[in-house]
Ligand binder design. Structure first.
Ligand code: CU
Ligand code: ZN
Length: 195
């Protein structure tokens, strides 16, 4: 009888340890599976938002902007005409309100992270709206493509969401130094970022 008991115990111990091993294997498989594909959750979604730029401060500067978000990257494509030749500043300002003739109803630069004004990516800080400058040709046409993973279109992160803000194009150039505006001069074109 004793030996039978021992044998039964050994069998029980072996089977339970076997189960244990199997469980561990399963868990490991699950772990490696989830580690390997954290970005494959759901379908890759693309969001788009097109807005118009309207003339401000008695300018003729108008245009279109297409925002696209895909895989966490927001791309902004700007096409604008009716500007003076040379460089012009372009920013995102804090309010989607282009109602005033001088564009000042949009408020200051969009700055949800409370940093200093600066060149995009600068070590000493920059506003989330500090897109920078773009070139305008002798015919008054300007194009700009800008892409960043620091924005989103309509997400819940207030430090990233560009919806509810406005794009402003300036008469002058952003010097990336003057606080808090970059001394870019008057606001000659405005587009509210609204879905
Ligand atoms: Cu500005
Ligand atoms: Zn700024």
């Amino acid at each position: 009888m004793k030996t039978l008991k021992v044998i039964v115990l050994i069998i029980l111990a072996m089977s339970s340890s076997c189960k244990g091993e199997k469980k561990e294997e399963k868990n490991q498989q699950n772990d490696s599976h989830s580690e390997g594909s954290p970005q494959k959750k759901g379908e890759p979604e693309t969001k788009t938002l097109e807005i118009s730029l309207e003339p401000k401060s008695d300018s003729n500067a108008s245009g279109k902007i297409m925002f696209t978000e895909s895989m966490g990257l927001v791309t902004m494509i700007v096409k604008i005409n009716g500007l003076s030749e040379g460089k012009h500043a372009i920013h995102i300002h804090e309010n989607a309100d282009c109602s005033s003739p001088d564009g000042k109803s949009t408020g200051g630069h969009w700055n949800p992270t409370l940093e200093a004004h600066g060149k995009w990516g600068a070590k000493d800080g920059y506003h989330k709206g500090d897109i920078g400058n773009f070139k305008v040709d002798p015919n008054g046409n300007g194009n700009l493509t800008f892409a960043t993973n620091e924005w989103c279109i309509g997400c819940n992160d207030k430090k990233k969401n560009i919806v509810g803000k406005a794009v402003i194009v300036h008469q002058g150039v952003d010097d990336f130094t003057t606080q808090p505006t970059g001394a870019a001069g008057g606001r000659i074109s405005c587009g509210a970022i609204i879905q």
